[in-house]
Design a protein around this ligand. Structure first.
Ligand code: F0G
Length: 457
């Protein structure tokens, strides 16, 4: 008999989590203006708001924390991180930053100018925010299949090469770089194929353009390439990662995802001149170039995390847990983005709540209902996150409204996943009674979903 699947680690430290009752949750969510970001974490039972900075560090990472020095300039931890980045990505120039969006801020301060167009697969909200803040435009060229949640394309994160080339044909002079987000978070944690990355490189070369990879979940992307791209089935995750990165000129990484740390990020570069220009902004915004807003101990933990995050057994445990939750939801007939993503299950809120208008924010309504049902916190990836159009100031309604259930790395068990699945099933069973959506009371001009205040319609 084949041995059943199990985790590739054991658990050495635990944190108590607290259940609550409906009455408490009704009060807490009202006090939080129906914005799940404004809840206290103690008011949440199972927290699937994000997989970012919420992972459990390993014994080796904690011991690296103790070894990390606190030097301002030239810390040994900086060199340890530099070596790990070189080994895993092949990039020899790097700047540490306090997290992913900080890397975007530093890099875009050099590269993005007013009126620029930045095409790619779906831009993450902070990436889009940093582009639009500079009065430039993010152009989503993701393949159409990604917007049909029932379509089982193996690489829904891919960019549509024709859409991409169209932007370059019409306005190459306005394009500072092409960006590829690995995995494609906003489309459902969907991977990009190696073939697609190779073609993007070719197009970029034809137009003399820089290629930037937003690499927050590059290891999960490499895992899917190994499983789904025939040619790579016997290639190691590390070798796949090195090939992925060989197609990029620059990378940004939020290390809070696939490097399994609570804080940290970086920019990887190959060009000496770009590195020098970024150094100035790193010093202005982040800290000195050898720590970039991080303590030495954080850089040590990132270095160790980069190795652990690219271990096949770990990735298999990780992605299989996400798949477990997705499969449970599908057994209940709940509509989700298929295939199941790498870091999260994306529930299709438009199909879940077809009776509710998009103007009443279906995914946010669903997220609130799941919280009320069980104390499980997910996040809206829909119209609230999409912000208003920077020119018309009208609400932008994306093709898909998702409730994302992002799973922290090495934190929850499959029993927790069962609770989440049954809680959502209970909401699904009473979906026809859910006729009241949400309306906006107060919002910020960019990245509004983090602090937005809402009320029931
Ligand atoms: N790029 C991607 C693809 C991301 O998913 C994130 C963050 C960032 C960049 C920014 O990194 O948070 O370290 O500043 N994503 C988190 C999420 C917040 O919940 O998906 P950061």
């Amino acid at each position: 008999m084949e041995l059943p699947f199990s985790e590739s680690y054991r658990i050495k430290m635990v944190e108590t989590i607290r259940k609550s009752n409906l009455e408490e949750r009704q009060k807490w969510i009202k006090d939080a203006k129906y914005n799940l970001f404004l809840l206290k974490s103690e008011q949440v039972f199972i927290d699937l708001l994000t997989d970012s900075g919420t992972g459990a560090m390993s014994d080796k990472q904690w011991s690296e924390m103790m070894l990390g020095d606190e030097s301002y300039a030239g810390a040994s931890s900086y060199y340890k991180m530099k070596e790990a980045i070189f080994n895993i990505t092949g990039f020899d120039y790097f700047l540490p930053t306090h997290q992913g969006r900080a890397a975007e801020n530093v890099l875009f301060s050099v590269l993005v100018k007013e009126g620029n167009l930045v095409p790619g697969n779906s831009h993450f909200d902070t990436t889009k925010g940093h582009i639009e803040f500079r009065k430039a435009f993010a152009i989503d060229c993701t393949i159409d299949e990604a917007f049909d949640t029932t379509c089982n394309h193996p690489f829904k994160g891919n960019v549509d090469l024709e859409k991409l080339e169209d932007v370059l044909k019409k306005s190459a002079d306005k394009v500072p770089f092409i960006i590829m987000t690995l995995t494609n978070n906003s489309a459902g944690g969907q991977p990009v194929s190696m073939e697609n990355l190779r073609m993007v490189r070719q197009i970029a070369d034809r137009y003399g353009k820089i290629v930037l990879f937003d690499s927050a979940r590059f290891a999960e992307n490499a895992y899917f390439i190994k499983l789904r791209e025939e040619k790579y089935k016997d290639v190691s995750i590390r070798a796949i990662a090195l090939e992925i990165f060989s197609y990029a000129d620059i990378i940004t990484m939020s290390s809070k995802k696939d490097a399994i740390v609570n804080i940290g990020g970086f920019i990887g570069m190959r060009d000496d001149e770009l590195f020098r220009q970024c150094c100035m902004f790193n010093i202005m915004f982040e800290g000195y170039i050898t720590y970039g807003g991080l303590a030495g101990r954080d850089m040590n933990a990132i270095a160790q995390g980069l190795y652990e995050g690219t271990d096949f057994e770990y990735l298999n445990t990780r992605v299989k847990q996400v798949e477990y939750l997705g499969n449970r939801l599908m057994e209940f007939g709940i509509p989700i983005q298929q295939p199941i993503g790498g870091h999260a299950v994306f529930v299709d809120a438009k199909r879940f709540l077809p009776g509710l208008k998009k103007e009443e924010f279906q995914a946010q309504t669903l997220a609130i209902q799941l919280y009320l049902e069980s104390g499980v916190r997910g996040v809206e990836i829909g119209a609230l996150m999409a912000d208003r159009d920077p020119i018309t100031r009208e609400n932008r309604y994306p093709k898909l409204e998702f409730l994302r259930l992002a799973i922290p790395r090495r934190v929850y068990t499959n029993n927790h996943m069962d609770v989440v699945a049954v809680a959502l099933k209970n909401v699904f069973d009473r979906r026809n009674e859910l006729t009241r959506g949400m309306r906006i009371i107060r919002e910020a001009p960019i990245m509004r979903h983090f602090t937005i205040e809402l009320d029931l319609v």
